[in-house]
Design a protein around this ligand. Structure first.
Ligand code: PLP
Length: 389
């Protein structure tokens, strides 16, 4: 792994661990056999997949047979929503939040355009879900409730345990899916161990946890009935056809195993860096911190009024600093539906930046970012004629 710059866009993707790259290289070279074939090296390759499945299942608290490898979180999210809807035969509705990643939101909007009753949990200014609304709107016809464990733009941690309780009270038959992507192995706070909520299905992706791109997991409890997205050769227990991405699977498991051993240390480090960053950001005039206290440790989102985030980003890039405007996944879309749901003003929305760290981020990185950010903001505001309130 080589990071030559100050990389602060880890919510978009993370640098791959050296150990992950090594084990993938070894697997690509020596375990190229098709795991479905019947000779010894193929069976050994299948065993590599089985071991990875067991490691990931243990970490997620699912059974190994409930783990399905996919091409990433987008596929996992599409599979569970479409797969559940495909099984419905009578009147039904599906619920998600206003803040979900496009890989959930776009599927909901598409189903809505085809006549499905879709419902969206409203949020407050900091992305906290209105759970009273959920309690009032979930009913005996609700087939699915899909909620992310932590938001990818502002980092808010969702109260999945409370959602589990509401589902159990109002309709225990509704499938509870949680997109773990931004939360998984990112915090050690036991009071927010998402696994305690016992979701019926969860999504993870390797590239947010120092693994490779193009590999993820959809974990689904055995009792849940859903249709596959991809049909074909019957791999993954006929839930996800296609020859397995063996090196990706092995790489993902390696990343999970490394992070599990280091989650305490990483969380402590990130919390301390976040405090330092917050302190420095608060010194900038007319800045709004969008990230609440109940958020994942490595992420801060702020709106800097009277600044165009894209211009700021490019200025910082010339100094070798990489951050993001809003979220990388939303860059192809014009207006951020997340900003709208949060109630950001136009000025706040335009000046929104996301700084996301990893355990490779250093104190010096944060010092340099703060210094350069303050200079850039000052320059831009001078040009634009900003007047301090
Ligand atoms: N869900 C969330 C919350 C995300 O942040 C992302 C990626 O940013 C995804 C899903 C999609 O992940 P992938 O890139 O593996 O398709």
């Amino acid at each position: 792994m080589k990071i030559n710059n100050i990389y602060l866009d880890n919510a978009a993707t993370t640098p791959v661990y050296n150990e992950v790259a090594d084990v993938m290289d070894e697997t690509l070279r020596n375990s190229f056999y098709n795991p479905s074939s019947f000779y010894k090296p193929s069976m050994e390759t299948e065993l590599l997949i089985q071991k990875a499945r067991e490691d990931i299942a243990r970490s997620l608290r699912f059974a190994p047979e409930e783990i399905y490898f996919t091409s990433g979180a987008t596929e996992s999210n599409n599979t569970i929503v479409k797969g559940i809807v495909d099984k419905q035969r009578k009147n039904f509705n599906i619920i998600t939040s206003q803040l979900e990643h496009p890989s959930i939101m776009e599927v909901f909007k598409d189903l809505e355009s085809k006549g499905v009753d879709t419902r969206y949990i409203p949020v407050d200014r900091y992305g906290n879900l209105d759970l009273e609304w959920l309690e009032d709107n979930i009913d005996e016809n609700t087939a699915l409730v899909s909620v992310m464990a932590a938001n990818n733009e502002i980092g808010t941690i969702m109260d999945l345990e409370k959602i589990r309780k509401i589902i159990d009270k109002k309709n225990p038959k509704a499938v509870f899916h949680a997109d773990y992507v931004q939360a998984y192995l990112k915090t050690n706070d036991s009071s927010i161990d998402f696994r305690n909520a016992k979701p019926d299905a969860v999504t993870i992706t390797a590239h947010k946890i120092h693994g490779p791109k193009g590999i993820g997991v959809l974990a689904v409890r055995d009792k849940v009935k859903f249709s596959p997205l991809l049909l074909g050769g019957g791999q993954e227990n006929s839930v996800r056809a296609g020859t397995e991405n063996v090196s990706g699977i092995v790489g993902l498991a390696k990343a999970v195993n490394i992070l599990q051993d280091n989650v305490d240390e990483n969380s402590a480090k990130l919390k301390s860096l976040k405090n330092k960053l917050l302190k420095g950001l608060n010194e900038i005039d007319d800045i709004v911190i969008n990230t609440p206290n109940n958020s994942i440790p490595g992420l801060i989102n702020v709106s800097i009024n009277n600044i165009k985030a894209e211009v700021l980003l490019h200025m910082l890039e010339t100094k070798g600093i990489y951050i993001s405007a809003g979220s990388a996944c939303a860059t192809h879309k014009k207006d951020s539906y997340v900003h709208k749901a949060l109630g950001l003003t136009k000025g706040e929305s335009e000046g929104t930046i996301r700084i996301s760290m990893s355990e490779f981020t250093t104190e010096e990185d944060i010092d340099t970012l703060l210094k350069e950010l303050k200079t850039c903001v000052k320059t831009l505001r001078k040009v634009l004629g900003f007047k301090k309130k």
